[in-house]
Design a protein around this ligand. Structure first.
Ligand code: ATP
Ligand SMILES: Nc1nc2c(ncn2[C@@H]2O[C@H](COP(=O)(O)O)[C@@H](O)[C@H]2O)c(=O)[nH]1
Length: 194
């Protein structure tokens, strides 16, 4: 059985990764979503095990110690990490999995899984990015400013990715990513025939 694709969707905070990812999951029902662990407090409406596995700092450090994370990063004061077993088991079972993670973590995944498909989501402009993160209304101004300052550095790392997709409109961004996934499957099938 051929392995599934590991798809990493990354980009600055507020660009729309979560929004695009949930739309992609509706359009591609076979696509598996990797639920991350985090030490961040849940936002209103977020559920443990659905949006994140919410952990204390001690629990998160224990996951690191036990090598349970494929990657992790400290981002704007909190830890975020990808549970390893779920990703590896999903790929081995032939299913595609999508990770929605920030840039430091994505680059660590690339070291371990260079055959993954790395997609950087871009905002139409930095003003639009700030407008989106402010409009979401989930962070205070200090956190928004911090996330925006990290965003400039993150965008500078875009060249390490396989694809850059502008999230101008959700529908267009999803269509582009769906095309990338189809093209990657074709490429892998052709390689198999050689
Ligand atoms: N194409 C788009 N056009 C306009 N608004 C958008 C678009 N995509 C997402 N948004 C809005 O931008 C805000 C941020 O989106 P979202 O939470 O998906 O970003 P994110 O990249 O996952 O952020 P974070 O990394 O902080 O979790 C949301 O209010 C969302 O509705
Ligand atoms: N390196 C990782 N980054 C992750 C993971 N899960 C989510 N994230 C990213 O963190 C920021 C902030 O997320 P928020 O939910 O607090 O807005 C965002 O860029 C996420 O994509 C992970 O497992 N590893």
């Amino acid at each position: 059985m051929s392995k599934g694709l590991l798809i990493v969707l990354s980009g600055p905070s507020g660009v729309g990764k979560g929004t695009v990812c949930s739309e992609l999951r509706k359009r591609m029902p076979d696509l598996i979503y990797s639920v991350s662990a985090t030490t961040r407090q849940p936002r209103l409406g977020e559920e443990n095990g659905v949006n994140y596995f919410f952990k204390s700092r001690e629990q998160f450090l224990e996951m690191i110690e036990n090598d349970q994370l494929l990657e992790y990063a400290e981002y704007v004061g909190n830890f975020y990490g990808t549970p390893r077993d779920f990703v590896e088991e999903t790929i081995a079972s032939g299913k595609d999995i999508i990770l929605e993670i920030e840039v430091q973590g994505a680059l660590k995944v690339k070291e371990k899984f260079p055959e993954g498909v790395f997609v950087f989501l871009l905002p139409p402009s930095l003003d639009e990015l700030k407008g989106r993160i402010q409009g979401r209304g989930t962070e205070n101004q200090a956190t928004i400013d911090h996330r925006m300052s990290v965003a400039a550095h993150e965008i500078g790392l875009m060249e390490n990715y396989d694809y850059a997709v502008v999230n101008d409109e959700i529908d267009h961004a999803c269509q582009r990513i769906q095309s990338i996934v189809i093209a990657e499957h074709c490429r892998i099938r052709k390689q198999g025939k050689c």
